[in-house]
Design a protein around this ligand. Structure first.
Ligand code: GDP
Ligand code: MG
Length: 444
């Protein structure tokens, strides 16, 4: 995500961080590099100007220059300012107090509205709501068909009409249908336009009046940069948005739109989307996003993603599987997560009699929190089939997994070795002879 910007900022901070002391000149150079990196990422120039000024305010003064870790302090200031720029905190999707939650999706053609409608419907469905998708787009012949196909894929009903009618009228009939079905959420997709002219603005306003939406989400395509941000502002002026969704935030996007849109429109970014998978809808958290850009990792989001994708095997199931001699990387991940909750493994072993010796034989290092997080990140970068069948992980998969988790292929190897050791241990421990099995393994 925003790889180029991220690399440039990290290079700047790398140079800064390696110094014991920094001078005003060093700081000037670093801030100049930050400014150029942001401009090249296509961030709005006013936003960049204010950003750099604020970072300078946060870091200026003799205090910084005499600080023991001035580089860290500058990075901290940039991080804080990024979080601020992105809106401070997460703003969740609004829910209607009474009646169904109604979401109106608007934005330019091709920005990803229809895909987002389906993604939101899936998200709401997972949250226990009963959504209805509504097609109002007659501009493109296949538009309502596209929504129908997506709806079918996720098992959400779609309201669409056969003959062309004005969007506000369709909206009215769709609400009646939602009521008849007892839907608790209504997601309304709209037609796109290349730009926002008066006629289109009027149509959207009328549709919004008819629907009385809980949320008006304006879709911004991250691939289009500055232009998308200006258009988002126009849409907001026309329909009074309540939030922004930035789509196509794939790894090669420059990032300008994501970084500018909050400041330029004043609207909170609520979600980001990536790729084509309908599950790829991510609640936007400014602090996590800033950490990602600055290369500090985003373990919280990774873990949340894991819980969704893996669906947490519980401890009992893991135990049953182990008794059958089954122990794959998903089980290993569950264990890592449980260990994290329980504290360092060496602390656990210390509680067992005679464990000191065992610890030495097993060569278990005193590992901190980072150890678990790194391993967790690696496993989360694998596909489900890799987690279930680790033996298929070859050189090219290893490289992909390493890149996905910000690690080296050697780290992936190390993890796989640890997994194999753990598997041996698990199988020995649960081979019906309990601790005896473990003892044999350890040669005690
Ligand atoms: P609409 O015209 O605004 O309704 O846009 P669509 O939802 O039809 O999407 C236009 C194209 O962008 C389609 O090919 C989508 O698959 C693609 N698309 C939508 N969201 C994303 C995303 O988050 N990332 C990527 N890479 N492509 C997307
Ligand atoms: Mg569409």
């Amino acid at each position: 995500m925003l790889e180029t910007l991220s690399e440039r900022l990290q290079a700047t901070f790398g140079r800064l961080g390696s110094r014991g002391r920094i001078t005003e000149d060093d700081l000037d150079t670093a801030l100049r590099e930050v400014r150029i990196a942001l401009l090249e990422a296509d961030v709005n120039f006013r936003v960049v100007r204010d950003f750099v000024a604020h970072v300078r305010e946060r870091t200026s003064g003799a205090e910084l220059l005499q600080s023991i870790t001035p580089g860290q302090q500058v990075i901290g200031a940039v991080n804080d300012e990024l979080v601020e720029l992105l809106g401070g905190g997460n703003e969740p999707l609004l829910r209607a107090q009474r009646g169904p939650t109604k979401i109106l999706i608007c934005g330019v053609q091709g920005s990803g509205k229809t895909t987002l409608a389906a993604r939101l419907a899936l998200h709401l469905q997972k949250d226990g709501l009963q959504p209805l998708l509504v097609a109002t787009d007659f501009q493109r012949a296949a538009a309502s068909e596209q929504l129908r196909v997506l709806g079918e894929q996720i098992g959400v009903p779609v309201y669409a009409e056969e003959t062309e009618a004005p969007a506000p009228e369709i909206g009215k009939r769709a609400l009646a249908e939602a009521k008849r079905r007892g839907a608790s959420a209504v997601v309304v997709d709209t037609r796109g336009a290349v730009a926002l002219d008066d006629e289109f603005a009027d149509e959207l306003t009328d549709l919004a009046d008819e629907i009385d939406p809980t949320e008006v989400l304006i879709v911004v395509d991250a691939m289009t940069g500055q232009e998308a941000v200006t258009l988002a502002r126009d849409f907001d002026d026309a329909v009074e948005g309540t939030g922004i969704v930035v789509t196509k935030v794939d790894s090669d996007t420059r990032g300008g739109a994501v970084l500018s849109v909050r400041q330029v429109t004043g609207l909170p970014i609520k979600f980001l989307t990536t790729g084509e998978r309908l599950e790829a809808l991510e609640a936007f958290h400014p602090d996590r996003f800033a950490s990602r850009i600055l290369g500090m990792g985003d373990v919280v989001s990774l873990v949340e993603k894991a819980k969704e994708t893996i669906g947490e095997r519980d401890a009992k199931e893991v135990a049953r599987r182990m008794q059958r001699g089954e122990f794959d990387l998903e089980d290993f991940l569950t264990q890592l997560q449980q260990m994290q909750q329980m504290g360092p493994i060496s602390g656990l072993l210390d509680m067992l009699p005679g464990a000191g010796q065992m610890k030495q034989q097993l060569a278990i290092p005193d590992v901190g929190e980072d150890f678990w997080k790194h391993n967790e990140a690696i496993i989360l970068s694998m596909t489900p089939s890799e987690r279930r069948h680790p033996e298929i992980i070859d050189g090219s998969r290893r490289r992909r997994i390493a890149a996905g988790s910000g690690k080296q292929p050697a780290d992936v190897n190390r993890l796989l070795n640890q997994y194999r050791e753990a598997k041996k241990l698990m199988v020995a421990m649960t081979s019906g002879k309990g601790a005896g099995g473990l003892g044999r393994l350890l040669g005690l």
